[in-house]
Each structure stands twice: as C-alpha cells, then as structure tokens.
Design a protein around this ligand. Sequence first.
Ligand SMILES: Cc1cc2nc3c(=O)[nH]c(=O)nc-3n(C[C@H](O)[C@H](O)[C@H](O)COP(=O)(O)O)c2cc1C
Length: 220
Amino acid sequence: MHLLRIDASINGPRSASRELGDIVETRWREQHPDATVTVRDLHETPIPPEAMGAAVSAAFAGESGPTEAQAAATVLATVLVDEIEAADAVLVDSPLYNYGVSSQMKAWIDLIHTDRRSAGGSVRILEGKPAVLVSTRGGSYGAGTPREGWDFATGYMRAILADLWGADLTVVERELTLVGINPALDRFAEAGAAQHEAATASAHEAGQRIAARRTAPVAG
Ligand SMILES: Cc1cc2nc3c(=O)[nH]c(=O)nc-3n(C[C@H](O)[C@H](O)[C@H](O)COP(=O)(O)O)c2cc1C
C-alpha cells in the first residue's frame, strides 16, 4: 500500500493543514504499518510557475527538439502523474490564500494537466481511489458571514479531485485558524476552538476511512 501526500502551506510547523494532514496520515499508517508514503511538499520544493507553459509549448517543438526547459518541465509532469498512478490513497492539504488555492497547489494541478495521461483533466487519473482533501482557512465563509461564498478554494479542489480526477473524496475542513493569531478575531475564540475540535475529529475519521478503503479494481 502506498500513500501520496501533497502539502502546500507556507506556514511550516504552524500550518493548520499540515496538522490535520498529520492526523490523517497517522491513522492511515496505523492500518498499513508496512506501507510507504511519498510526501510532495509544494512549498519546500515548488513546481516552477513557468513549467506549465514550457510543458505545453514542448508539444510544438520544431525539428531542433524541445529546449532544456521544455524537456525538464515534461519530465516533471511525468513524475507527478507517476506519483498519482503509484498511489493507493491520496492526501491533499490545501490552505486558502487570497480567497483561492495557493499558487503552489495551482502549479501542481496545471502541470499534471499537461501530461498526456491526464489530457488536460479529461482523464480520471484518480478513478476509484480514496482521497482526503484537508481545507483550512483563517476566516469564516459560511452562510450569513460578510464574505459568504468567498472560499473559492474548497469547491475548486473538490471539482479537480472528485469531479475531474474521479477520486472517492472525503473533505476535512477547518475555519477560523487565525483565531489566537489575528487579534481582530479574538471575539471568535469559542467558535475557533469548536472548529479546531471538530476538524481534528473529522481528520481522525477520514484517516480511518481511507485506510479501510481498498482501491476499486481496474475494469477488465
Ligand atoms: C498569503 C496568505 C493569504 C491568506 N489569505 C487568506 C484569505 O484570503 N482568507 C482567509 O480566510 N485566510 C487567509 N489566510 C490565512 C490562511 O487561510 C490560514 O493561515 C490557514 O490556516 C492556511 O492553512 P495553513 O495554516 O496550513 O497554511 C491567508 C494566509 C496567507 C499566509
């Protein structure tokens, strides 16, 4: 058994998404003590933002062949999709930055979509595989909040992982992670603590759930 874990937070050990991801990974490892885990940390080792353009343009390389940058981007895209194909389960820890997915996460998705096995997102490269999306945000975007609906990351990541890529997706969400860090949110201390507690429980459940799930057999 093999788990692919994707991290994107710039917050190092203070990261809320990593904290929840650690719980999911721990629960998964308990059920699969001999299993292997690949961690791709998109903050520590970012996908170069220019890689997508280089990989796309490589398809139109003339007789002189691809440039060094085009060849490197194509190889990296291959590696990313190899990692997905090799995984029995996937964990994606996704922070909300500036109301959307982090640029690190977007660069990962963009480059994957250049590989022919993904074909721009039209191939379900995670079909039937159990996956957990951890989605964390500093504020609150629920019904009745001033910025209701402004979390443009969680829906996007669901669409990519489940709708396009076909994962059997469990979502763990935590809001108000900036309570205790940003004094303007002090009045939400109780709600923030409740969010933390609920998300922690949800991460334990999600880890157990994907650990118990087997990858769907390949048809034929
Ligand atoms: C560059 C940056 C942009 C952010 N933008 C938002 C935002 O638009 N909305 C929000 O609620 N929180 C925002 N935050 C707070 C993060 O969502 C919060 O720190 C969350 O815990 C991120 O997950 P992480 O701790 O794993 O990085 C931002 C944080 C950073 C560093």
